[in-house]
Structure formats: structure tokens, C-alpha cells
Ligand binder design. Structure first.
Ligand SMILES: Cc1cc2nc3c(=O)[nH]c(=O)nc-3n(C[C@H](O)[C@H](O)[C@H](O)COP(=O)(O)OP(=O)(O)OC[C@H]3O[C@@H](n4cnc5c(N)ncnc54)[C@H](O)[C@@H]3O)c2cc1C
Length: 440
């Protein structure tokens, strides 16, 4: 078992920790931005308790938290009163404050959501009203002339201007949360895949509190060794349904992986884009549409699309996992989703293979962009919860279960975008819930 112990050179150095130290009050499964933010919040609230974060990869933020658009969302899109709306608006403010405190670079470069067709204007106006209801700061509707003033190469009939939107490197933010957690006395164990959760047959004889260490997590490295903990919080992203299932809680909603591929604008064309430029989203899907996003390193990413993936952690176009594929195709919810959206799904699949089809989408906003100006870029895979009726679960979902194991577990079941923006606010909500359920 390894513990991360070196920061200055990134998360590359490990020290072996002896197994007899492996008893914790609370173990958090998943060192993505949500798990790390929650672990940090919990240890700050309960400094006398022992906390561990268990991560199957060799470094934190290896999956969604290290493969995303890097946008600090302002909270426009989300249903007023929903957790997403509340926690995004709070989370963006907390994110800016945290980055200021820690010296993490970010840019509040703003965003335009641009209507290029007349029939998008009513939806754009509805988004503006929604943003106002969600208390998003600084929103205004602007016309074609002001669009040109802000984004000289962008065309559009009307746009929603969100100056509060920004960009940051969420991997850097997650690593900073990890550092806070460890400095407060928390342990991060990498290469640690949680494969089972079960009650120990008997409590530790040494334990003063006979109930304290009677919950075991069995993991697969190095082959079936165990740690003990009182309670578990799972923040397992693309595997959140599987973690729920192994704890005896419901496997539903299932996770459906949607890969998002980016194109990258060639550096000599970066002048075409100043801030974030987004389309008016399709109201049937929670994804925000193919957009132009500046990155902290000065590059411009274009995308991502949303293609049903055949591997949960598959970042390449043709990645395939028989187990993940079988899981997906045997889920009735997926078939209902697919049958309702055949043409949209096929369109996205076609665009995933065809750069020129993707560029045609971009040209609606910036006609100067051509296929010779773009290169294939990285990809991310979204963990999107899907219910048995084939509906994409829109809001953040946290739940637990009943029974010996289920009552000691809290699962983050659905934490898609804007969960990176919202991570500090989600962490506070999770810590409140963990305190209530686990009586910490
Ligand atoms: C393409 C894309 C673009 C996005 N853009 C944005 C954006 O611009 N702004 C924004 O706010 N959000 C964005 N998001 C969403 C955001 O990235 C995610 O909501 C957020 O990163 C979720 O964090 P997480 O910690 O829940 O999941 P993850 O980062 O996926 O972390 C889960 C962790 O759990 C670990 N794990 C899983 N199973 C086990 C196990 N059995 N044992 C041990 N460890 C396990 C995994 O290895 C992983 O490290 C985007 C997401 C994607 C994919």
C-alpha cells in the first residue's frame, strides 16, 4: 500500500505504509475533486478523527477531475432551487476565494452564450431569467454589435453575457485540496481499489469502543488485504453505481459514460477567441454543447461532444471494455434513452469521427475557423447517472442505504458538471449529511 508523500515534483513519490496503521474513522473512496474536497472539509470539521482517501489510480484527479473543460461555471443553466443551482453559485464564489488564498492561477475571462438562429432567442431569454433567479452576478443580454466588441470574430444575433465565468486548472485545485487534507493529518492511499465492503466478523479486542473499527473494506492490492473504518463516503465518479452496489445499496441510478472529445485550435489561430463562447444548449440534454474554451496554458479547446462510450474510462475513440459494454447494454434505462434519441446519438457519433462536421458547428459562431486550423485534442468521460426510465438524472444526488453496511455508507451518486466548480459547496453539503448520518 502506498501513501503519497511528495508534492514539490507532483504526485510521483510514494512511501510504503505498514498495514497495521490502517484503521480510520471515515474512509473516502475516490480522490477526484469531489472526494478530496469532501475529505478536506470533514477533517477540518473533525480534526480528532482519522480520515483516509482511497484511490485506485496512482495519483489524484486522474479521471473526470483531470479531464474537463476547466470552466468555473457561474450557475446560469440549472433549475432554480435545485442543488446544482445552489451549489454552483456558492461553489464558484468559494472557488475564486480558494484560488486567491492558495495562489492558484485562474482567469475570470467571462462567457457568451450566443444565439445564431432566431428560434434560439426565446431559449436564450429564458436562460437569462433562470440565471437571474439563481442569483448569478453580472448577467446581461447583448446584441450583435456588443458581441463583436467582446469577441471580434464571433457572429450572433443575441448573447447572454456572463462576466463572472472563469477558467482554472481543476487538477491543480484538486491537488491543493489533497495537500490541505494531508497537512491536516489525513492519509491518501493510492493504487488502492476498493473491491468489497463488509462487516468484520468481530470487533478489535484492543478497541475501547467495540463498535469503532468493525467495518472492513477489502481491496485488491496486494491481493485481498484489508483496512478497517467506521464509515465510508464514496465519491467514485464513473464507478459510483458499482460502489453503491458492493455496499449493498441500490445499483440504480446506473452510470452511463459519455465521452467528450475536444479539438484544439492551432496556436497561430488562438487570437480568434478571447473568452468562453457557448451555444444555446439543447434543452433535452444536460450537456452544454460544443464550445470554445480558453485554457490556462493559453491554448483554445473546442468541444466537447457527447458520445455514448463503450468503456467507462476509455479516452480514445475506439476504446472498448466488454464488462462496461455488457453492463450498459443489459440496462433497460439505456435502451429507453437510446431509442428516444437515435438521430441525435448517431449525429454525435458521426461528428466524433468527422473533424469537418465538428468544424461546421464551430463556423456558426466563428466563420473563420477551418479544418486546417484544428487538431484532435484530449478527451474526457462524463459520469452521467441514468434512471430505469431512461432519464438522465439532472441534479446532484447523495444517498445511503439501510442494513449493516448500507447505514454506514454515504454515496455521491451523481456529480456531473458543474461539480468541479461546485466542489467546495458540495463538500460542505456532504459533510453536513455525513455528520447527520454517521453522527460524527
Ligand atoms: C469532458 C468533461 C468536461 C467537464 N467540464 C467541466 C467544467 O468545465 N466545469 C465543471 O465544473 N465541471 C466540468 N466537468 C465535470 C467535472 O469534471 C466532474 O463533475 C468532477 O470532476 C467530478 O469529480 P468526482 O470527484 O466526482 O469524479 P472523478 O474525478 O471521476 O473521481 C472519481 C475517482 O474515484 C476513483 N475510483 C473509482 N472507483 C474506485 C474504487 N473502486 N476504488 C478506489 N477509487 C475509485 C477514480 O479512480 C477517480 O479518481 C466536466 C467533465 C467532463 C468529463
Amino acid at each position: 500500500m502506498y501513501e503519497i508523500c511528495e508534492y514539490a515534483t507532483g504526485y510521483v513519490a510514494f512511501k510504503v505504509i505498514p498495514l497495521f496503521t490502517s484503521s480510520f474513522d471515515v474512509a473516502v473512496v475516490g480522490a477526484g475533486i469531489v472526494g478530496l474536497a469532501a475529505a478536506r472539509e470533514l477533517i477540518q470539521r473533525h480534526p480528532s478523527l482519522a480520515f483516509a482517501v482511497l484511490e485506485k489510480e496512482q495519483e489524484p484527479a486522474h479521471h473526470q477531475s483531470g479531464h474537463n473543460s476547466g470552466v468555473i461555471h457561474s450557475g446560469i443553466y440549472y433549475t432554480p432551487g435545485s442543488l446544482k443551482a445552489k451549489l454552483c453559485v456558492q461553489g464558484a464564489a468559494l472557488c475564486y476565494k480558494y484560488c486567491d488564498q492558495k495562489g492558484i492561477p485562474y482567469k475570470q475571462c467571462g462567457k457568451l452564450i450566443v444565439a445564431v438562429e432566431q428560434d434560439e432567442i426565446p431559449r436564450l431569454k429564458a436562460l437569462y431569467e433562470r440565471g437571474l433567479q439563481n442569483n448569478v452576478p453580472g448577467l446581461k443580454l447583448i446584441g450583435a454589435k456588443e458581441i463583436k466588441e467582446k469577441e471580434p470574430f464571433c457572429r450572433g444575433l443575441m448573447a447572454l453575457d456572463s462576466p463572472y465565468t472563469g477558467i482554472v486548472d481543476y487538477k491543480q485545485v484538486a491537488q491543493s485540496y489533497a495537500r490541505d487534507f494531508q497537512e491536516a493529518g489525513g492519509t491518501i492511499l493510492t493504487d488502492f481499489e476498493v473491491t468489497n465492503m463488509e462487516m468484520a466478523k468481530e470487533s478489535s479486542a484492543e478497541s475501547e469502543d467495540g463498535d469503532k473499527w468493525n467495518f472492513n473494506v477489502v481491496f485488491c492490492f496486494p491481493q485481498g488485504e484489508e483496512i478497517s473504518c467506521g464509515h465510508i463516503l464514496t465519491c467514485a465518479g464513473l464507478h459510483s453505481d458499482r460502489l453503491s452496489q458492493i455496499s449493498g445499496c441500490s445499483p440504480e441510478p446506473r452510470i452511463v459514460p459519455f465521452r467528450g472529445d475536444y479539438l484544439v485550435l492551432k496556436p497561430e489561430k488562438s487570437y480568434l477567441v478571447k473568452g468562453n463562447i457557448y451555444p444555446v444548449p439543447n434543452p433535452r440534454f444536460p450537456f452544454l454543447g460544443f464550445h470554445f474554451t480558453p485554457r490556462m496554458d493559453g491554448s483554445i479547446w473546442l468541444g466537447p461532444n457527447a458520445v455514448l462510450a463503450f468503456k467507462r474510462e476509455g479516452y480514445k475513440l475506439l476504446d472498448f471494455s466488454p464488462g462496461d459494454f455488457l453492463d450498459a447494454v443489459t440496462y433497460s434505462g439505456l435502451w429507453k434513452l437510446v431509442l428516444r434519441n437515435v438521430s441525435y446519438g448517431l449525429g454525435e457519433l458521426y461528428r466524433a469521427f468527422s473533424i469537418s462536421a465538428q468544424v461546421r458547428q464551430l463556423q456558426k459562431f466563428i466563420p473563420e475557423v477551418t479544418t486546417s486550423d484544428v487538431l484532435r485534442g484530449p478527451s474526457g468521460v462524463r459520469a452521467q447517472a441514468l434512471d430505469t426510465e431512461g432519464n438522465l438524472v439532472d441534479d446532484f444526488v447523495f444517498d445511503g442505504g439501510s442494513g449493516a453496511v448500507g447505514s454506514r455508507v454515504l454515496h455521491v451518486r451523481n456529480a456531473p458538471s458543474p461539480a468541479a466548480t461546485s466542489s467546495l459547496a458540495i463538500a460542505a453539503a456532504i459533510a453536513d449529511e455525513a455528520q447527520r448520518r454517521f453522527q460524527l
